[in-house]
Design a binder for this molecule. Structure first.
Ligand SMILES: Cc1cc2nc3c(=O)[nH]c(=O)nc-3n(C[C@H](O)[C@H](O)[C@H](O)COP(=O)(O)OP(=O)(O)OC[C@H]3O[C@@H](n4cnc5c(N)ncnc54)[C@H](O)[C@@H]3O)c2cc1C
Length: 385
């Protein structure tokens, strides 16, 4: 077993960290305050190749194997202070472009992947609805057969990138009679489709990623906008969720490392009672626990990348990774605020922003409760999900 990155992976991660620290994320506080999508940062990331790292080069991507891509996104999460921009990228790549790469026809890939990789299109993933969250099989948005296509009607909610997106992966019910697992289909829907409208949903953190409600009011879709077979939407979702749960949290591992570095620095320099606060065990033990969480998160992350790079399933590992990294982020960000005292609570250092940003991780992509049920279910325990 070799845990060391190759020289190329190490060089790539270092290069990504340098780019992320110096070129993007410098206006994180402003984007957070104003809730603005960082158009300049997006373009810079596109030019650097970020939007297509795991996508094959023939479609405009870099063609990195999953493990290499994971290390690059970890570096992005570590170096980029704007978690909102990184979350927008994660959604674009892992919840939109990867769907098309994995499940699209050759024509669909040629049509949509190049503009997604060069950043001229922003992607989104529209599954959740006002009344349908964890129980995706209960979704009510409908795509009804009409002529040689479909008519799409329904409302999606909490959609990341929604108000800004040009392209949506939309899940809709295509049958009222089939078993639930065979009654949902996935579609690629472009923003300028008549009948599509969006509305911004304000939220606590990750404000550089605009979140929206999306209404489809009788949108006419062509047959060739369906992704995969009719009724295969649930299978598409579960297989691609490995990317979303596993890879979206690569940047989160980078955030764990950044929080740790900041706490080590602060605990070594902030003086109280005539010594650095790190000299107090109550502080240093928090930092030690942050380090342990980072190490375990990174091991799980690389295992998911390693499995995927060998073409092996990583469903169980991706759920464990998502659960562990998201919960570790919440604990470590809270500890980071405590270690930074009042400065951590105010806007001065951006620690409170980190905390607001990471809290959503236990909700999106399947809540912690759902991940625990999936993990138990994969062990043969009877569960409701
Ligand atoms: C920042 C952010 C970004 C998001 N981006 C997107 C996006 O781009 N696209 C998209 O489609 N959706 C997105 N979502 C929505 C997200 O996927 C849902 O919030 C999530 O699936 C949970 O659904 P819900 O919020 O409706 O909660 P509910 O399903 O209503 O659950 C509420 C509570 O009940 C618990 N619960 C529900 N069922 C069970 C059960 N069987 N066992 C135990 N506990 C249970 C949940 O764990 C949770 O604690 C985003 C959410 C957030 C916060």
């Amino acid at each position: 077993m070799d845990f060391a990155p190759t020289a190329e992976q190490q060089e790539l991660r270092d290069r990504v960290i340098r780019f992320a620290k110096t070129t993007i994320g410098t206006r994180a506080a402003e984007h957070d305050r104003e809730g603005t999508f960082d158009e300049d940062g997006w373009k810079l990331c596109a030019d650097f190749g970020v939007l297509g790292w795991p996508i094959a080069s023939e479609y405009g991507g870099s063609g990195y194997d999953p493990l290499t891509a994971i290390m690059a996104y970890e570096g992005l999460g570590y170096g980029c202070a704007d978690n909102g921009l990184v979350f927008a990228i994660n959604n674009h790549v892992f919840a939109c472009a990867v769907y098309i790469a994995d499940h699209g026809t050759e024509e669909q890939r040629r049509r949509w992947l190049p503009p997604l990789c060069d950043g001229s299109m922003v992607g989104a993933h529209a599954l959740s609805e006002p009344e349908t969250g964890s129980d995706m099989l209960a979704l009510t948005t409908k795509a009804v057969r009409s002529g040689d296509g479909y008519v799409l009607t329904g409302t999606k909610k909490f959609i990341s990138n929604g108000p800004r997106a040009d392209l949506f992966i939309v899940f809709a019910r295509t049958s009222e009679t089939e078993a639930p697992q065979r009654s949902i289909s996935a579609f690629v829907v472009e923003r300028d489709t008549p009948g599509l409208s969006t509305e911004l949903i304000p939220k606590a953190g990750l404000r550089g990623t605009p979140m929206g409600e999306i209404v489809f009011d009788g949108c006419v879709l062509r047959e060739d906008q369906r992704l995969g077979a009719e009724g295969a939407g649930y299978q598409l979702f579960t297989s691609t969720m490995e990317w979303e749960r596993g890879f979206m949290f690569a940047s989160g591992v980078g955030v764990l490392a950044r929080l740790l570095d900041r706490c080590v620095e602060y605990a070594s320099t902030r003086q109280q009672f005539g010594r650095a606060i790190g000299a107090f065990q109550a502080v240093s033990h928090k930092i030690a626990d942050m380090r342990v969480r980072l190490e375990l998160a990174r091991l799980l992350l690389y295992k998911v990348g390693w499995l995927r790079s060998r073409g092996r399933l990583a469903l169980h590992e991706a759920s464990m990774l998502k659960l562990y990294v998201s919960e570790s982020l919440s604990v470590s960000a809270l500890d980071a605020m405590q270690i930074h005292g009042a400065r951590g609570y105010t806007e001065e250092l951006g620690i409170e922003r980190e905390l607001r940003d990471v809290l959503a991780g236990t909700i999106y992509g399947g809540t912690s409760e759902i991940q625990r049920s999936i993990i138990a279910g994969l062990l043969g325990v009877p569960t409701s999900v």
